[in-house]
Design a protein around this ligand. Structure first.
Ligand code: AHR
Length: 509
């Protein structure tokens, strides 16, 4: 244990903005083994299922309080034609999934299956419409099919397919990555498309749409600026036009190059620190996009949605390069914990975030074994679980009078301690990460405006940053009780071992 502790002041009686539960959102694309094999195994599978949906996956995700699920893409969304995915499965037309592996998509998992999955999960659906290769009418019909009550052509079709009542679907994406796989458009071209699609996606009855325009990649602030200019109504009180309620952005943590992103499990400490520098960049990017939005929308009426984030590694050896299957180590877990601290701090603009992707693709929560079907919870899953108390809680600001330790990583300095805190229903949750792989850290929490009782702490760490869970040894990286939290005169002293994630929870006295 180091002698010098990091002082951190938390005013327990000064709640900040609410951390939307939707910051803990998910993403499931028709990509590799995410939908088929991951969520959906078909009704004839030996794996216990409900209408083909894996029940063990549902149970694991319910334990995270999964708030929403984005579907069907990603790039796939802009070549997906929803009418191919309704009606009797054996009569649904197949297509080629040209983006992902060039494999045949049989459309057995379609709209009804997705809505059944959301109902099982207790999650809100977030549907990405097809702007790239679809029509305005197609998307408008999809909204009507899902959300309209009473009688209409689409309602009659829905009822013929076995669903009487409409569903509630608030979140609609107006395409995806329109600057790339979603149509290779300029920002101006896309803004015009988004106006048309957004206009004809109607509110039916009480189902009020929350339209999310396809936003920028990484630090493309010019894209955000164009959309804010062209999709909003300028003036001293900015009133976002009815066809856009939010704007998205995407950011992946890739420490290598696009061609050689780095290996998920074989890496050294230098690779690890470079990864954490890239992960921490999400703060700069959200700050940058928010600043642009503030120029047009100072009242913060338009939401920012980071609907794709996470690590992106080279695929596992021997797997289809188009399936984006990667292992998940303690390093991935720390990438996630740092992202959440950033998300919490931006709770007044960032309204939703979706990790890519939930099962078997990129930074997944769950990996399923293709042979045995065994399910493995990844280290990233455990961060979502340990942090779930932040969902819909009020942010508690943390003041750091002496700053936090940092270390040089090539030409930049990486802050090696990251924290955030919140309160809800008389309980306080504090999340703390020590990113340093060689130095422990001690945090002196100065708790003001209240006190905590019944304090419990958990830790996620392991002997090596490369450690990961497998069907054979599923619990190598899993949360354990953390004993190194001591009461002090002014609060708590928390010891953080090297490369660890710790949560401290207590009841407000
Ligand atoms: O998540 C994988 C892909 O990454 C998505 O389909 C696309 O939107 C992004 O480029």
């Amino acid at each position: 244990m180091t002698d010098q502790a990091v002082p951190a002041i938390i005013n327990l009686d000064v709640p900040g903005p609410v951390i939307s539960r939707h910051l803990y959102g998910h993403f499931a694309e028709h990509l590799g083994r995410c939908i088929y094999d991951g969520f959906y195994v078909g009704e004839d599978s030996d794996i216990p299922n409900a209408g083909g949906i894996r029940l063990d996956v549902v149970e694991a995700l319910r334990a995270l309080n999964i708030p929403n699920l984005r579907w069907p893409g990603g790039c796939f969304a802009d070549e997906y034609h929803w009418m191919d995915g309704i009606g009797p499965r054996d009569r649904r037309p197949a297509m080629v999934n040209t983006h992902w592996g060039n494999v045949e998509e049989n459309n057995h998992f379609g709209t009804h299956e997705f809505m059944a999955l959301c109902e099982l999960l207790g999650a809100e659906p977030y549907i990405s419409g097809n702007v790239g290769s679809g029509t305005v009418r197609e998307m408008s019909d999809w909204v009507e099919y899902l959300t309209r009550e009473g009688d209409s052509p689409m309602v009659r079709l829905r009822k013929a397919n076995g669903r009487e009542e409409p569903w509630r679907v608030r979140f609609w994406g107006l395409g995806n990555e329109a600057w790339g796989c979603g149509g290779h458009m300029s920002a101006e071209q896309y803004a015009a498309e988004a106006r048309r699609f957004g206009t004809y996606c109607r509110d039916h009855g009480e189902n009020k749409l929350y339209r999310i325009a396809a936003g920028a990649n990484s630090d493309d602030y010019a894209w955000t600026e164009t959309l804010m200019k062209q999709l909003g109504g300028l003036g001293c009180a900015y009133r976002p036009a009815a066809f856009m309620q939010a704007l998205s952005m995407h950011y992946y943590t890739i420490p290598g190059t696009w061609q050689d992103k780095g290996d998920a499990t074989v890496f050294d400490t230098g690779d690890y620190y470079r990864t954490m520098v890239q992960a921490a960049r999400v703060d700069e990017l959200i700050t940058g996009h928010s600043a642009v939005m503030d120029c047009y929308d100072p009242g913060r009426n338009v939401g920012l949605v980071l609907d794709e984030w996470g690590t992106w590694w080279n695929v596992e050896p021997g797997t289809n390069p188009g399936f984006l299957y990667q292992q998940n180590t303690l390093r991935d877990a720390l990438v996630a914990s740092v992202h959440f601290d950033v998300f919490h701090r931006h709770a007044d603009r960032l309204v939703m975030a979706n990790i890519a992707q939930t099962v078997n693709v990129l930074q997944a929560m769950i990996l399923t074994d293709p042979g045995s079907g065994a399910l493995v919870l990844t280290p990233t899953y455990h961060v979502f679980e340990m942090n779930k108390g932040h969902q819909d809680a009020a942010l508690l600001r943390i003041d750091l009078p002496a700053g936090v330790p940092d270390r040089a990583v090539e030409s930049v300095r990486l802050p090696t301690v990251s924290m955030s805190a919140s309160r809800k229903d008389g309980r306080v949750l504090i999340s703390l990460s020590n990113l340093d792989a060689a130095e422990t850290a001690d945090i002196e929490l100065d708790l003001r405006g209240g006190a905590l009782t019944d304090v419990r702490s958990r830790i996620l760490t392991s002997g090596g940053l490369q450690d990961h869970n497998t069907p054979e040894v599923p619990g190598i990286v899993a949360p354990r009780v953390h004993e190194q939290v001591k009461e002090t005169a002014s609060g708590l002293r928390v010891h953080l071992p090297v490369h660890s994630f710790v949560t401290v929870e207590g009841r407000l006295a």
